[in-house]
Design a protein around this ligand. Structure first.
Ligand code: GUN
Length: 313
């Protein structure tokens, strides 16, 4: 069997096009009613972690492309919890800001939980606030975490049936595994959540029609974890930095070797792509699978926060 790739770029573009069309409609309505209604996203970044700066820049750029207002707040690495709480409080108080995203991870002196919990739940476009986690658990309307919500969009738009499927989620993190398992459950999948203490992980995983790997272990999920024909969603992002791993995971793939030689590494998820290609029915490549969906869903959440807070069309 040779699995079909589920590439995120097309789905992400479709979501972004829908957001841009809706943002344009809100602006048009504003012209008629003489009110300005532009969804606004504030991103807050603390310190100078290069990867975080790249992520935040691409969030700002996507806002600009889709017609959303965006504001980037950069704070020094020695910012205190109290100072960051003050920044969040001032964003909570501004009506034109619909979404607040504090980029993670934060420097170690900052109490991340306190900061995340201080964001107004109606502006919590990450969906990390306990109020939104509770709404998700109860299947009530609320803002959902972007990566898990993007995975559901991808399954739906790729015609993969969730209802009645046996879903196994490897990982129970606050960002991905836990919220995704709840979203799948509310869509009537039969869900098993696995973690570091799960016994006989490969056997449990190989019962899945939909297998999600979100554990942060380089290429761990191989053919023995995958039921023939299953849909495999790979949320991991790891770097392959040695020739032996390059060969183990990518064989004689010339494109991967060229990328590795150019940059000194190539990206891989939690799934061994050779195993997935042989056994799965569909799988998400890394890079280019789940990755592009997160920002698209952030834009969708910001639009949704705007229409809920300031009145829908
Ligand atoms: N850092 C990596 N991914 C994310 C995300 O989805 N939201 C936030 N706030 N920080 C992140």
């Amino acid at each position: 069997m040779s699995a079909e790739l589920l590439e995120g770029a097309g789905v992400a573009q479709a979501i972004k096009d829908e957001v841009a069309a809706e943002v344009a409609r809100l602006a048009e309505r504003g012209l008629h009613k003489k009110e300005i209604l532009v969804p606004g996203l504030a991103t807050v970044i603390v310190g100078d972690d290069p990867a975080s700066h790249i992520y935040v820049s691409s969030k700002v750029k996507t806002c600009q492309q889709l017609g959303l207002y965006s504001e980037k707040i950069e704070l020094p690495a020695n910012t205190t919890t109290a100072e960051l709480l003050e920044t969040v409080a001032s964003l909570n108080a501004r009506d034109e800001i619909d979404g607040i995203l504090v980029q993670m991870p934060l420097p170690s002196q900052i109490d991340s939980t306190k900061v995340l919990n201080s964001i107004d739940p109606s502006k919590d476009v990450d969906g990390f606030h306990p109020v939104n986690v509770g709404r998700l658990a109860l299947n009530e309307p609320g803002l959902r975490p972007c990566t898990p919500a993007g995975i559901i969009e991808m399954l739906d738009r790729s015609g993969i049936e969730i209802s009645g499927a046996r879903a196994v989620v490897l990982g129970r993190s606050r960002l991905v595994g836990l919220p995704l398992s709840l979203l799948l459950l509310h869509r009537n999948a039969t869900v098993t959540v696995c973690h570091s203490r799960t016994k006989d992980l490969a056997r449990v995983a190989s019962e899945a029609d939909i297998l999600v790997a979100a554990i942060g272990r380089i290429g761990m999920v191989d053919a023995g974890y995958i039921k023939p024909g299953a849909t495999v969603i790979d949320v991991g992002i790891n770097k392959v930095t040695t020739i032996s791993d390059l060969e183990r995971f990518f064989g004689d793939d010339a494109g991967r070797r060229a990328a590795f030689e150019k940059r000194g590494y190539t990206l891989i998820g939690d799934v061994n792509p050779r195993g997935a290609t042989e056994v799965a029915g569909h799988f998400t490549p890394v890079p280019g699978g789940v990755g592009p969906l997160t920002i698209a869903m952030l834009m969708k959440n910001t639009l949704s926060a705007c229409t809920v807070r300031r009145g829908g069309p």
